[in-house]
Design a protein. Sequence first.
Length: 529
Amino acid sequence: MLARVNYIIHELDECQRDDDDGYVSEIPDGKKIFAKIAQGKIETKNPFDLNGGWVPWYTLHKLFAGLLDASEFGKNPKALQIVIKLADWTDKTTANLSDEQIQKMLSVEQGGMLESLAEISVRTKNPKYLKLSERFYHKAVMNPLAEGRGIVLEKLHANMQIPKVIGAARLFEIGGNPANEKIAEVFWNEVIEHHTYVNGGNTDREHFGKRDEIAARMSGSMTETCNTYNMLKLTRHLFGWSPRAAYFDYYERALYNQILASQDPKTGLSGYKLGLYGGYFQPFSTLEDSFWCCTGSGFENHVKYNDSIYFHGANDLYVNLFIPSLLNWQEKGLMLRQETKFPDEESVSLTFEKVRSADLSIKIRRPFWAENGVKISVNGKPFEIPETKDGFIAIDRRWKKGDRVEIKFPFSLRIEKTPDNPNRVAILYGPIVLAGLLGTENFPPEGPYGQEGSDGWKLPLPKMPKLAGIERPLQDWIKPLAGKSLTFKTIGADGEEITLVPLFRSQHQRMTIYWDALTPGEQNAPKSE
């Protein structure tokens, strides 16, 4: 992989050397598109068309982001040189534009240009690029968020907005402007509280709807994966400023119930959109004939499962996620092993394999779905759980090699109702969204490949079972299937046998995670012979 990265950078360098302005990109007719921008000619037909080009700044941002990653992780010095020259070219291209022209330009999707240019200012220690990044501050969206008006998001194309807000978060970390902090916090709260489906994803057909309009917005093209990729990035920023368990309650929900579900277990390729109601299925990209935004971010998603398990302060270690891992905190001389089969099992163990700096507060996230009943032991002795602060259980002590913390979480069934229709519900077990399997009738003969959303095939959907008596105790009508982890059986209102499995194990078949429940009137209606 490193050899391929270095090859690409070498070729980009060769191309860039052939351009006096330092421009290089893969955009067809890109120089003509950007030359018009430099002349102040800003023509926009829709949020994706700028001077006849399909999202040129968005596309160029992919190059910025890739070069910055190649510099950081690949340690290739040419990568930083190329992206600095591109930033200088960006400066020249936009230098003579009026504020009105810039804002019109920013009405077309520009990806994470703000974030990348801010990051270049940090890497180079040159404030010139920080000033340049602020040209990509889209006032029509950012100013209302800075004023606390999250409602501005209604009906907007969602993934045009999330990278802008990540950029604002980075600006706050660099410059400390509280307006940028507020933008990030208001946006996150608005999306999570008013626009997020049960699996942690958001949007129907890539757009936000009205606040709390969830049941009314369900097609075969919901919860774009790129959006969730970016919401997880934003969540990391917010947690770094204010470590609250609520951030990682969301992170865990999205990680297990959308990100993990979006990878094809047969090919390793990734999905774009997913229909959550009505018998759709997860479609996937192909190697040569379909390659989407969510294919690119999908490659990143599935190598990032380790990047947020642990966070730390000066003498605090936060255990945010329950994923088997080995933490090597070199500055502290600490090596900690986490062992678990979560979520297939409810227990987690933390073993101190190496300790140098002994006094440390281990802070274990107390998930919202396990608010009562978490049990912890230290070296086999029960630990009395103190009142939690910000959702974390703190264990303060002088640690030594061989110390072992064991945690048990109580998993239980629960129902989450949509805010706009209490009879449209989803079933969960602990943190896991359960999908009802609906078979492979009218399944594409070529498999689930090559369409952005599963409604792209225009195939008949199965008859959807309804649920009856959802107010009864769930364990009375949802039963675990013996010998199969996280697998349950239930009976539909008309006697249908339904198998429930984790959404992340439901690929290559039709399924649903939202159900319609019989109303009390329907349940009590007399039935004919």
